[in-house]
Design a binder for this molecule. Structure first.
Ligand code: NAD
Ligand code: GLY
Length: 350
């Protein structure tokens, strides 16, 4: 089964991907000389599905303390982190102990942040159970919680010691969550590897471990080159500028991945208008989206002014100049300043 190495100096770690990875959790953690106690952080829904098994596997070597948070983005908050930290303090967790995140991106981002700040850093293991978390959020060390004034505004870069992506856990995902992950997989096709788009075109929604591994490999390469997003890592935001604005504009009518997929299409169109891509690229991508069940447009008459205002309050605006990721070609991203008029024209096709 595929193993991807995230080759960071002094903080290298492996991502193991495949069916039944849960049963290998204990072995792979002890191979890294992680001993002592394990806080098994999850939410009620995921724990009901996979908590018992994970706990039983970990208990072969660890004293396991389950800690469950509510399900949903609103629990990714400082308030929840505070409760987790208090639990760790009360139970006298030490620096050599480990926080294990079992769940999607919400659990993973929150658990990573708690691991980063408790005793200035304890061991952290990710067991991502959504497609989005397996191909994106569990890899690369971005941890965060939300503030009422904005998403992911409080966080740190803190790498896990190990990531275990058990592909069998994806079987219980709702279609909407699967599409959310597909939106991010398509993104890797646009920014790094056109072959991914071809594979998806042929096999539709069959998500092989090799495809997840390819996405992780791409992300690992980008993170290795720019761990703290000084420059190159920003290409991972392809589709996100307009995608995030759509999420806000429509009050989350689209899942994250759906919004990103539409945002990616807008960015492709902007790249066509600049003469980087042929018009036929748009047609091909719209066909691929239809095949995958991803939306190719919003079905709404979008107000350009409102979208632009939302984009400008986004954290990607530097020196009041809006920069976006466009494409020189499929697989070749370009970070560049963009004008208001280009956004207005792109909104025409979505
Ligand atoms: P999520 O964690 O909310 O999970 C989506 C839903 O699926 C939840 O209801 C969850 O309980 C459920 N679920 C999880 N695993 C399941 C399974 N195996 N079977 C059935 N249901 C399951 O959402 P997500 O899409 O995984 O992650 C979104 C979060 O990730 C956002 O907070 C976003 O900001 C963050 N994110 C972080 C990064 C990063 O680099 N750190 C990257 C992208 C997204
Ligand atoms: N998901 C974007 C990043 O990890 O940089």
């Amino acid at each position: 089964m595929p193993v991807v190495k995230v080759d960071l100096p002094q903080r290298a770690y492996q991502i193991h991907i495949g069916p039944d990875m849960l049963s290998r959790a204990c072995q792979l953690m002890t191979d890294l000389e992680l001993h002592g106690r394990a806080l098994l952080l999850s939410n009620r829904k995921v724990y009901r599905l996979y908590g018992g098994r994970t706990r039983a596997v970990l208990e072969k070597h660890y004293s396991v303390y389950p800690y469950l948070i509510g399900d949903g983005e609103r629990y990714k908050s400082l308030h929840t982190v505070e409760k987790v930290l208090r639990f760790l303090i009360r139970n006298r967790f030490e620096r050599g102990d480990t926080i294990v995140a079992l769940g999607g991106g919400v659990v993973g981002d929150l658990a990573g942040f708690a691991a980063a700040v408790y005793l200035r850093g304890v061991n952290f293991v990710q067991i991502p159970t959504t497609l989005l978390a397996q191909v994106d959020s569990s890899v690369g060390g971005k941890t965060a919680v939300n503030d009422p004034l904005g998403k992911n505004l409080i966080g740190s870069f803190y790498q896990p010691r190990l990531v275990l992506a058990d592909t069998q856990t994806l079987r219980t995902l709702r279609q909407r969550e699967l599409l959310s992950g597909l939106g991010e997989i398509v993104k890797y096709g646009f920014i790094a590897d056109p072959q991914i788009l071809q594979t998806l075109g042929k096999h539709r929604q069959t998500i092989a471990p090799e495809l997840i591994a390819r996405c992780c490999q791409i992300k690992a390469g980008i993170v290795r080159a720019d761990e703290t997003e000084k420059n190159k890592r920003a290409v991972l935001n392809f589709g996100h500028t307009i995608g995030h604005a759509l999420e806000t504009y429509t009050h989350y009518r689209f899942s994250h991945g759906e919004a990103i997929a539409i945002g990616a299409l807008a960015a492709v169109y902007m790249s066509i208008l600049r003469g980087h891509l042929k018009y036929s690229a748009l047609d091909k991508i719209q066909k691929l989206y239809r095949r995958l069940g991803l939306p190719a447009h919003t079905g709404l008459r979008l107000s350009a002014d409102k979208i632009y205002r939302i984009i400008q309050s986004d954290k990607k605006v530097a020196d009041s100049r809006l920069r976006m990721v466009l494409l020189k070609d499929i697989g070749k991203p370009l970070i560049c300043p963009v004008e208001y008029e280009e956004i207005v024209r792109a909104l025409d096709i979505i």
